[in-house]
Design a protein around this ligand. Structure first.
Ligand code: NAI
Ligand code: MG
Length: 326
């Protein structure tokens, strides 16, 4: 069976780390067909559009999409791309690796973030010279869909259950609905959950990340808290993510275009290669995904390493070492 993969490198180091991940995918014995398309600042400068229609259509029809990063146009690219795959959950692992300097080396968490609503639903208004407002949207259906995904996710992982992070003590209606819907679904699935208020979670995860495993949150909380966890594991260069929809999905590193190092050939490809591992697992190739992960982990520990991790290797050197270890 052939899998159609949309490849959208974007701008800056996206153009360096995305080909590296494709090289790793090509080393697997899986039948992929890659379709490359443009998005971001460069194509906007050329054509006036950050996300050309053919790129959107490609993501909306491919089995999976691998995206690098876009510069100033990031929001104009990534939000419609997530919509193209109808993504309702953003999966963001934050794992510390041996050999990488981390604030909390014991960190090993996965955030499952609601990806369509909350304060990012786009209902902002300027009412007067003095007052601006924002309408926060929480639906039963999106909360339940996220919870169903979370229940399947912890069952697949053999995890004990998950932690629900919210602020329902203040946002009683919206986060109250979110909390109750998630609890309801977990109950139906027989999955155990516990609850932590989002502000308390921020402190607790810094002091003792080991007490958490799978964390389920509304959109904004998931955005902020997963970046906070990124800080605990040694920065953005290592974090992959997946935007999952009912029929297709989009995989991307958490980092951006890194203009300070773009073009030098020294970007760390690990985050994008780990995103590629999530992509193959999403397509059902668990063994291959685990093999990529292991090759990345060995390379992080034994080298070669890019300058962000204290080494002097190039993106190409690191990619070649990972492909070798596969
Ligand atoms: P950034 O993630 O691009 O860079 C932050 C710092 O981390 C820089 O010092 C950079 O050199 C370093 N870094 C990031 N990824 C790295 C890697 N793979 N290897 C080595 N070092 C790495 O974030 P920043 O600087 O805030 O944003 C730069 C541009 O990227 C902006 O135009 C922003 O809009 C865009 N951006 C795009 C995203 C996306 O497309 N999903 C996400 C975040 C930012
Ligand atoms: Mg963010």
């Amino acid at each position: 069976m052939t899998h159609d993969i949309a490849v959208i490198p974007g701008d800056g180091i996206g153009k360096e780390v995305t080909p590296a991940a494709v090289e790793v995918l090509e080393a697997l014995e899986i039948d992929f067909e890659f379709h490359e398309a443009e998005a971001g600042d460069a194509v906007q400068a050329e054509t006036g559009e950050a996300l050309p229609e053919e790129t959107y259509d490609l993501a909306a029809s491919a089995d999976a999409t691998l995206f690098g990063a876009a510069g100033d146009t990031a929001a104009d690219v990534i939000l419609p791309l997530r919509e193209a795959v109808d993504s309702f959950v953003n999966v963001r692992p934050a794992t510390a690796y041996p050999g990488v300097d981390a604030v909390r080396p014991e960190t090993d968490l996965v955030f499952l973030r609601e990806n369509t609503e909350g304060v990012y639903a786009g209902h902002e208004d300027r009412l007067s010279d003095d007052v601006s407002t924002l309408t926060r949207v929480v639906t039963e259906s999106a909360s339940r869909r996220l919870a169903e995904f979370a229940c399947d996710f912890v069952t697949d992982r053999d995890a004990d259950g998950f932690t629900v992070v919210h602020k329902a003590n203040v946002m009683r209606e919206t986060d109250g609905r979110f909390r109750d819907a998630v609890a309801d679904v977990a109950d139906e699935y027989g999955v155990e959950t516990d609850e932590v208020l989002m502000d308390a979670f921020a402190t607790r995860v810094c002091l003792d990340p080991d007490q958490f495993d799978v964390v389920v949150c509304p959109n904004l909380a998931g955005d902020v808290l997963s970046d906070l966890a990124a800080g605990l594991v040694g920065g953005l260069g290592l974090l992959p993510s997946a935007n999952i929809g009912p029929e297709r999905a989009l995989f991307e590193p958490v980092h951006g275009t890194a203009p300070d190092i773009a073009g030098e050939g020294v970007a760390n490809p690990a985050a994008t290669i780990l995103s590629a591992a999530m992509l193959v697992e999403y397509l059902g190739y668990d063994e291959e995904g685990a093999a990529i992960r292991e090759a990345v982990e060995t390379t992080l520990e034994d080298g070669p390493r890019t300058p962000d991790l204290g080494g002097d290797a190039s993106t190409e050197d690191v990619t070649a070492a990972i492909v070798d270890r596969l």
